[in-house]
Design a protein around this ligand. Structure first.
Ligand SMILES: NC(=O)CC(=O)C(=O)O
Length: 291
């Protein structure tokens, strides 16, 4: 169990503009308000400092290796230490050695960087009449899962499309995560159909907490975001959620619920590892319908 089994989480659903400085000011204010309302963990959205647009990611990207030059990185580090809180810093476009990543930085209450997750599953989709996006044209995918011990428990990190891969969440559960944080930016149609479903499924299957944080909706923007930042408990229950407007969700997390749920519904004991065949998708046989 972590040092603080019970605490408040703040999900800052931010309105993102094309002016990076405004985004930084808004994020800082929102984090401070969340901290004043008692949050010891604050989560930001995917791409909170940059509009969600493939042609803008490179322009807004910062090199976190040179912290002094990275305004967004320095702001998060400073506000974490001023407020004495843990921050899961949503995601920002990151330059590293000529490559662009979609990256989440985690800061401890001393302002030090404790983990860095690079989006591992890039969102390459072509849904006719809806959305055409190929993140892999712009970003390089991260190569590893990220799990970090913080003052508020062991946290696994995923970014948006990463939520669709149960294997990642299972790995975090197996490594003892209490909470998985997914900064995200689902669009309107995937959001309506899948945003809540994916969160509740990851939480219920793994009997842990799941927190998501999205930007607020800007219907005039190039990519219209669903919003609805949410905290889900280890039974798949929604503890707190929001609409699509700019807001802060403050909610209580009590990790003893994890133990309780796992005791009354001991999925680990019921698992039939002897009959599951974990097949690498590259080895899958073509689908065949038996007649
Ligand atoms: N940003 C994303 O990865 C978007 C996504 O997954 C979606 O469904 O929309």
């Amino acid at each position: 169990m972590p040092k603080i089994p019970k605490f408040k989480i703040g999900l800052c659903q931010l309105s993102v503009t094309s002016d990076k400085n405004i985004n930084l000011v808004r994020a800082r204010n929102s984090i401070e308000v969340a901290a004043k309302q008692g949050a010891s963990l604050v989560v930001l959205p995917e791409m909170w400092n940059c509009p969600y647009s493939s042609d803008l990611f490179a322009k807004y990207a910062e090199d976190f290796g040179d912290n002094a030059a990275s305004l967004s990185f320095s702001m998060l580090s400073e506000v974490a230490s001023c407020q004495g809180i843990t921050i899961v810093g949503g995601s920002m476009p990151e330059w590293d050695n000529g490559r662009l990543y979609n990256t989440c930085c985690v800061f401890g209450p001393d302002g030090k960087l404790t983990a860095k997750h690079r989006k591992t599953h890039l969102f390459d989709v072509d849904i006719p009449g809806d959305i055409l996006l190929k993140e892999s044209d712009t970003f390089t995918a991260g190569g590893e899962p990220t799990i970090v011990d913080t003052d508020v428990g062991r946290i696994g990190i995923g970014i948006c499309h990463d939520i669709r891969f149960p294997e990642l969440a299972m790995l975090y559960r197996a490594r003892g995560a209490h909470l998985i944080c997914y900064p995200g930016a689902f669009d309107m149609s995937t959001g309506e159909l899948l945003w809540e479903l994916e969160q509740r499924a990851r939480a219920a299957d793994n009997q842990l907490f799941v927190a998501t944080c999205a930007p607020s909706r800007d219907s005039a923007g190039c990519y219209t975001i669903w919003g609805h930042s949410t905290l889900v408990g280890p039974f798949g229950e929604i503890i707190a959620t929001s609409g699509h407007e700019e807001t802060i969700v403050i909610a209580d997390i009590d990790y003893s619920a994890i133990e309780h749920r796992r005791k009354v519904l001991p999925l680990e004991k019921h698992r039939r590892g002897d009959i599951y065949l974990f097949v690498d998708t590259h080895e899958q046989k073509p689908w065949r319908i038996e007649s």
